[in-house]
Design a protein around this ligand. Structure first.
Ligand code: AHR
Length: 354
């Protein structure tokens, strides 16, 4: 084999060796890797979507906001303080508030919601839901219309992805606190029969306060021997308690899921010859001015606070939302417990805003 042929032959062998040892050759010919798409800027989550027609984002001011607020109705002192918080704070901040009174009627509240979806001026919808269910369709419609929804005061069941955030109390915890205080007051009592006056059926505070109360109360042997809705009202609180008292006076405690219903029960106890806060321990939730007066009068032992002054936090969340910020799904409100036998009760009562 001529010298030249040998050289060419050797060159080819060398070439083949080279190719065989290179990496590309060894790997399974991978499917052509999609060139890694540069990571798309993440789609801002729903909540971050600026509201429809609000192109001032991300530098919108309160004066750019038109808030459609769906209030439950006007069922008592707490609700009056809550409504005042929304109206006064809107004025202070210079935002436009469209206030809708649902008159404690769920169908009216849903109709008001649709109204705000269709109202071209409204850019954020705020709702205090009368009940925990019935919101799927309007929430989807609001999303389709690009209108963020904020829940104020009361939660709903599910659909977290269809509202921005819930700003309000832990109603279960309010119930637990009430149960714990009732246990303390009935310590050593031979029987621990408690009657519960419940809020409107289907409402988050009515469901959750009952759950929380039983969680702690049953630990000390309390038995809830009567439980019925009195729709947050003094009149119904009194009527329901009167009816129970006609049946039996074997009651050691009354848990009013709000102040007004407890006031009604207190009246019924007095008229039945029982001394409220002495013969029968009395606890309410809300801690409105009326509850402080009842404690100062010696007829209410304990009131568990539910803070109605939610508007500043709600409007702050509304502005953050239209400016594209992401918010936690729940922004809890701060609350305390107040006692009839607190030596500073009078001073505390004087300092209260509601
Ligand atoms: O949602 C809060 C509740 O609503 C308050 O405890 C009650 O007073 C009101 O009706």
């Amino acid at each position: 084999m001529s010298h030249l042929k040998k050289l060419v032959f050797l060159f080819i062998i060398a070439l083949m060796v080279l190719v065989a040892c290179s990496p590309a050759a060894t790997a399974e010919p991978a499917a052509p890797a999609e060139a890694e798409e540069p990571a798309e800027a993440e789609e801002p989550a729903e909540a971050e979507m600026p509201a429809a027609g609000l192109d001032c984002a991300p530098n919108c001011q309160y004066s750019d906001l038109v808030v459609g607020f769906l209030q439950t109705g006007s069922e008592g002192g707490w609700r009056a303080a809550n409504t005042a918080s929304f109206k006064e704070t809107a004025e202070q901040l210079g935002l436009t508030l469209k206030f809708y009174d649902s008159q404690n009627d769920l169908a009216k509240q849903v109709a008001g919601f649709q109204q705000f979806i269709e109202d071209p001026e409204v850019n954020v919808i705020v709702m205090s839901p009368l009940e925990v269910t019935g919101w799927e369709q309007v929430l989807k419609d609001a999303e389709a219309a690009g209108k963020p929804v904020i829940l104020s005061d009361r939660r709903i069941d599910g659909f977290e992805d269809l509202y921005v955030t819930f700003i309000g109390a832990d109603f279960v915890e309010e119930g637990r606190k009430s149960g714990t205080e009732m246990c303390k007051m009935l310590e050593g009592s031979d029987s621990k029969n408690v009657w519960e006056l419940v809020g409107n059926v289907g409402a988050a505070p009515a469901i959750d306060r009952g759950t929380g109360f039983r969680e702690t109360a049953e630990e000390c042997g309390i038995v809830v021997t009567n439980s019925q809705t009195a729709n947050w009202s003094v009149v119904e609180g009194k009527q329901v308690t009167e009816a129970w008292l006609k049946e039996s006076k074997d009651v050691q405690g009354i848990f009013g899921q709000n102040d007004e219903m407890a006031f009604g029960a207190i009246e019924a106890l007095k008229e039945a010859g029982l001394t409220p806060a002495v013969d029968v321990m009395t606890i309410s939730v809300d801690a409105t001015a009326g509850a402080f007066q009842a404690m100062l009068d010696g007829t209410l032992n304990v009131t568990v606070e539910c803070n109605p002054l939610l508007a500043p936090q709600v409007y702050e969340a509304a502005l953050a939302t239209v400016n594209g910020e992401t918010l936690p799904k729940w922004i809890p409100s701060q609350e305390s417990v107040f006692f009839m036998d607190d030596p500073n009760l009078e001073a505390i009562a004087e300092g209260r805003k509601y």
